[in-house]
Design a protein around this ligand. Structure first.
Ligand code: AMP
Ligand code: GLY
Length: 419
């Protein structure tokens, strides 16, 4: 079987590794991939989506797996083009991928299907947005893809007005409206489901740490670490999430005529009045994928292949007991900026200590050594029978990994568990 994965980061490295370790040993391709991914998959270098589809047809690719979200909504949409070409795709059509690409589309979907979510309004101009600020803290969200950076939880009017000016005057993220949302409180959890038309399977839950600094301080990032375990959500909570959120979402997609095949990620806040949806993503989480993928046993490639063809078979995979902890090493300046070209040392030691090292943003330098190449650089992941064991192993394996300006949180898998 020939499988092509779209994307280039740590999530795709983890997905490709899980596919590589599947019993059928599929032949793997990555578009565009990375130097690290090239050890597992043939990198595909083509200028655009139509050229990618042409490549897949010519090469006889059996399955396309969407890692990154961007191509799902670009041009005619990755899954739409795959469907026209007769290539099964694990990743939704452009129409359904609006659940992630447009926060307003997602909020309207949630309201229409009576799925719990924070109250909101929409502003097009800075004046409108400023006039809508009533209580604080308040949450402001750019209505578009902004790599996790388009959201601000503003404690007061000054910070809210600054963010409004950035988004609606300076256009920091390009054209788009602003969502003004009631601020919810409670622990967050990432719930993943495989959705195949009217069927679904809830996968292992995870929690990610979005702020750059310890104790959840500083700006939001794409994610600085993650922890995953079946024990993260007890059966009662999972049951509630399924009945109030996952099932109504899958039914809502059907009712709205939005066929969906792919991973669907529910970013939830567990508020005192029950779980509420903060966001949908039409793909696996990053860095949650790096934590969850090593826990998958069975035949992941066969599972995804069957589901992309309309047969979701939960018996093809199962999830290991215990815990998995992922620590992100980020480059200097992230998330405001990022620095490339810093030499990375200690990777072999991390692997020798039994951790998995997924590359988020690295490249090989002229000497054949990995160096930083982006904001999030590495995801170092370890498992253990308890959260503490997994956490200690992840930190022990990360310690020898160094590069200039490295940023790594010290409280992953501790914060929100211990007070
Ligand atoms: P989002 O991209 O919509 O998931 O938002 C990113 C992060 O902002 C979330 O993980 C939360 O930590 C925070 N956030 C988003 N919406 C809300 C809300 N309504 N209330 C409180 N925090 C929020
Ligand atoms: N972990 C956050 C995301 O994947 O969007």
């Amino acid at each position: 079987m020939k499988i092509l994965v779209t994307g280039k980061g740590g999530r795709e490295h983890a997905l490709l590794t899980a596919l590589h370790e599947s019993p059928g040993s599929p032949t793997l391709y990555a578009y565009p991939g990375s130097d690290a991914i090239a050890t597992l998959a043939t990198r595909v270098s083509v200028p655009d989506l139509p050229a990618l589809i042409a490549f897949m047809k010519e090469e006889g690719i059996d399955l396309c797996v969407a890692g990154e979200e961007a191509w799902l909504v670009q041009g005619d949409g990755l899954a739409n083009l795959c469907a026209t070409a007769g290539i099964p795709c694990w990743g939704p059509f452009k129409q359904a991928a609006q659940l992630e690409a447009s926060k307003i589309f997602a909020k309207q979907f949630l309201q229409r299907h009576s799925i719990p979510t924070a109250a909101f309004s929409v502003a097009t101009t800075a004046a409108e947005a400023k006039a809508a600020l009533d209580t604080f803290p308040i949450v402001l969200k750019f209505d578009g893809l902004a790599a996790g950076k388009g959201v601000a939880v503003c404690p007061d009017r000054v910070s809210a007005e600054t963010f409004i000016d950035e988004v609606l005057e300076a256009r920091a993220f390009g054209a788009g409206d602003l969502l003004i949302e009631q601020c919810l409180t409670g622990p967050e959890i990432s719930i993943f489901a495989s959705v195949c038309d009217d069927q679904y399977q809830i996968l292992m839950p995870a929690r990610d740490y979005k702020r750059i600094g310890d104790d959840d301080q500083g700006p939001n990032t794409g994610g600085m670490g993650a922890v995953a375990s079946r024990e993260l959500a007890d059966p009662d909570l999972l049951q509630l999430v399924e009945s109030t959120i996952v099932k109504p979402t899958v039914e809502g997609l059907q009712k709205d005529g939005l066929p969906y095949r792919g991973f669907l990620y529910f970013g939830l806040m567990l508020t005192p009045s029950g779980p509420q949806v903060l966001e949908y993503n039409c793909r696996f989480g990053d860095p949650e994928a790096e934590a969850v993928m090593p826990m998958i046993q069975g035949d992941f490639a066969a599972y995804v292949d069957a589901a992309a063809r309309g047969q979701l078979d939960p018996s093809l995979i199962h999830f290991a007991e215990g815990w998995s902890v992922c620590l992100i090493s980020a480059s200097a300046g992230y998330p405001a900026s990022s620095r490339s070209g810093d030499a990375i040392s200690g990777l072999d030691t991390a692997t020798a200590l039994g951790a998995r090292v997924y590359h988020c943003g690295t490249r090989l330098n002229a000497a054949g050594q990995f160096e930083t190449h982006g904001g999030r650089v590495l995801a170092i992941v370890a498992q253990g029978s308890t959260r503490q064991v997994a956490r200690d192993a992840a930190y022990a394996a990360s310690a020898p990994v160094r590069f200039d300006g490295l940023q790594r949180r010290s409280d992953i898998a501790t914060l929100h568990f211990e007070s």
